[in-house]
Design a protein around this ligand. Structure first.
Ligand code: HEC
Length: 196
């Protein structure tokens, strides 16, 4: 009897769930009287950017697909001026969102890592020094491997600011001597602090 009761109850569940299948929405490829060309599918508005591409992009809502956009398409090329204000904004956002794992200097030894989270590569790793600004800002937006995506809380401008600051962190530990200003080179030779 107990068994019979649960069958009846589950059957009720199935009916209720069926209502959820009947949703007022168009399936891909459906026709529609609402639009002049009779198709329910709409072209994306001009200037839309794909959130992700690749076979895993759909089912994972874009989290796992690689973004394939050219810098010009994305409007996120490298042709932005790196100002002190941008770097300061980048540092501010970096310290808030990234340092807990990547560490204040980008060495990969933030507090969360010290507490057991897998350690990311230091930003001075040759692969990350070679990575383009687009690659880095895309990793921030989409996440990378174990790192969750930040696209919903860090906008394009701030992502660029953070990337600019990551470049500064890389330089702070790996600056080629020939890129130093003469006064900094002197300070270095004398073992003093940099001029700025
Ligand atoms: C919760 C910890 C955590 C936070 C917070 C975090 N990251 Fe990461 N990040 C990681 C880990 C772990 C990896 C390595 C992931 C892997 O290899 O699977 C990584 C990888 C990266 C990479 C390297 C991608 C590559 O190509 O190897 C970059 C760049 C990066 N993070 C930037 C950032 C920036 C910028 C922020 C802040 C907006 C940030 N991360 C916040 C943990 C974190």
């Amino acid at each position: 009897m107990l068994c019979f009761g649960s069958v009846v109850m589950l059957a009720g569940c199935e009916r209720a769930m069926h209502d959820m299948y009947a949703q007022p929405k168009y399936k891909p490829g459906a026709s529609s009287p609402l639009f002049a060309n009779g198709s329910a599918a709409r072209h994306p508005p001009d200037g839309s950017l794909p959130a992700a591409e690749g076979e895993r992009a759909g089912p994972s809502s874009g989290r796992l697909g690689r973004i394939v956009t050219s810098p010009a398409q994305a409007g996120e090329g490298r042709s932005y001026p790196v100002t002190m204000a941008l770097l300061q904004r980048g540092r501010n956002r970096y310290d808030i969102y990234c340092a807990a794992c990547h560490g204040l200097t980008g060495a990969g030894n933030g507090m969360i890592v010290q507490r057991g989270f897998p350690r990311p590569l230091p930003y001075t790793d040759a692969r990350l020094v070679r990575a383009s600004d687009d690659d880095l800002q895309r990793d921030i937006r989409n996440g990378y491997g174990l790192m969750y995506p930040f696209g919903d809380r860090i906008d394009t401008h701030d992502r660029l600011a953070i990337v600019a600051y990551i470049r500064a962190l890389q330089l702070s530990q790996h600056a080629p001597v020939k890129r130093l200003a003469p006064q900094d080179l002197n300070a270095l030779r004398e073992g003093g602090a940099p001029s700025r």
